[in-house]
Design a binder for this molecule. Structure first.
Ligand SMILES: [Fe+2]
Ligand SMILES: [Fe+2]
Length: 300
């Protein structure tokens, strides 16, 4: 059995001047970040993965470089308080808003170059993707390239030969929630998402895909694997996933909400808060138990 935590979209800005669009509560970043390590450590997970957007660089926020760099130092301190091995991937808001460069973020966090494989347990691997290697100003949802594709197929060949399952992590979505216009990607989907979905369909070692970015919970059984999208921590519903994979192929997840009463009260005052289900999804998008055919096949 494996037990881990997936959290995403923590969007920290040291002393943020305003909250920005719902569900984000950027002025409450300190209360939220103080609550994350104890809540995660209490679960004693085998490992923790962050789905990206640690920060408020890139588009939308226009953060000055010196405050961006201070925010990185503050965020690093938060995640250093986790007791379990920690695996980050970059999001579109982890680059400097002035230069669109990831250098400062990459110097603070061990992010994959293209794709990386980590041995998180003797019977499980994770594959982490960096889809922000090109022009993030132009491709705000990142790019899945032929180089990524070839590398993933090579990794899958090795894992399949070794009889090992893997979880795949990237920041942006791969499955649209509405029919995209001709020639366009779905909202929040990585450029090349159709190719990626096809490739994963042909890579039997990949038993589940995890994303963030849209700040929405959604769990989809797609063919014989799962696609697990997760809401943000910087805003409603202020939560993260605990995930368990059983020895006979079951996936279970519990969505844990942070205890942040001041932040929650302030969120409820917002005019643009929206319906809760817009962000938290339906009950089975929060807590769920699903058999993954691929995992059952590998683990018997
Ligand atoms: Fe985000
Ligand atoms: Fe994002």
């Amino acid at each position: 059995m494996n037990k881990f935590v997936f959290l995403t979209d923590t969007h920290y800005w040291t002393d943020a001047p305003k909250d920005y669009g719902a569900p984000k509560m950027l002025t409450k970043g300190r209360e939220i970040h103080d609550a994350i390590p104890p809540a995660v450590n209490a679960l004693d997970p085998d490992f923790v993965v962050h789905g990206g957007d640690f920060l408020c660089g890139g588009s939308s926020f226009d953060l000055p470089t010196d405050i961006f760099e201070q925010s990185i130092r503050d965020v690093r301190k938060t995640f250093d308080r986790l007791s379990s091995p920690f695996y980050p991937i970059p999001g579109n808001h982890d680059c400097d808003a002035q230069t669109w460069k990831f250098d400062a973020f990459n110097a603070a966090f061990d992010v994959p170059d293209l794709l990386s494989v980590d041995e998180v347990a003797s019977d499980l691997r994770i594959v982490r993707a960096n889809v922000f290697l090109g022009d993030t100003k132009e491709y705000g949802s990142g790019e899945w390239t032929d180089d990524h594709d070839a590398k993933l197929r090579e990794i899958d060949g090795q894992l399949t030969a070794a009889g090992l399952p893997a979880l795949f992590f990237l920041h942006t979505w791969i499955l649209p929630d509405a029919l995209p216009e001709e020639g366009a990607e779905g909202r929040g989907c990585v450029s090349g998402s159709r190719q990626l979905l096809d490739t994963i369909s042909q890579c039997p070692s990949i038993v589940a895909v995890f994303t963030g970015h849209r700040h929405v919970n959604r769990i989809t059984a797609y063919r014989d694997f799962l696609i697990v999208d997760t809401a943000c921590l910087i805003g409603y519903p202020f939560g993260f996933r605990e995930v368990t994979l059983s020895d006979d192929g079951w996936f279970s997840t519990i969505f844990h909400r942070l205890e942040v009463p001041d932040t929650m009260a302030a969120y409820r005052e917002r005019d643009d808060a929206g319906e809760d289900a817009e962000w938290e999804g339906q009950p089975h998008d929060c807590d769920s138990e699903v058999l993954i055919p691929r995992l059952r096949e590998i683990r018997g």
